[in-house]
Unconditional design. Structure first.
Length: 94
């Protein structure tokens, strides 16, 4: 039973880290394979300390001004760099 106490609900993580629940759900999709909370039989998310550490890192990097693509790259997520340039430059000089 004590091992279950280390897992947090999405509400608890949201409050603890001051990250809105919709943002946590969005990051889960964006960082597929990096941020994968556990699920109960009822499909509710449960975040282990490792998940909380990943969320803290994402939040810190966003605060430092990095884009999601840059954060994915920094966290080791394989991305086709030929696509990134188009997104990073999109809208500049217009």
């Amino acid at each position: 039973m004590d091992s279950l106490k280390q897992f947090l609900t999405i509400q608890q993580v949201s409050q603890k880290l001051d990250v809105p629940k919709p943002t946590l759900r969005f990051w889960e999709k964006e960082f597929e394979g990096i941020l994968v909370p556990l699920r109960t039989n009822g499909r509710q998310r449960r975040y282990a300390p490792e998940h909380v550490a990943v969320i803290k890192e994402i939040k810190l990097l966003k605060k430092a001004g990095l884009s999601l693509i840059e954060i994915k790259r920094k966290m080791g997520k394989g991305i086709d760099d030929s696509l990134i340039g188009g997104f990073d430059d999109w809208g500049k000089g217009r």
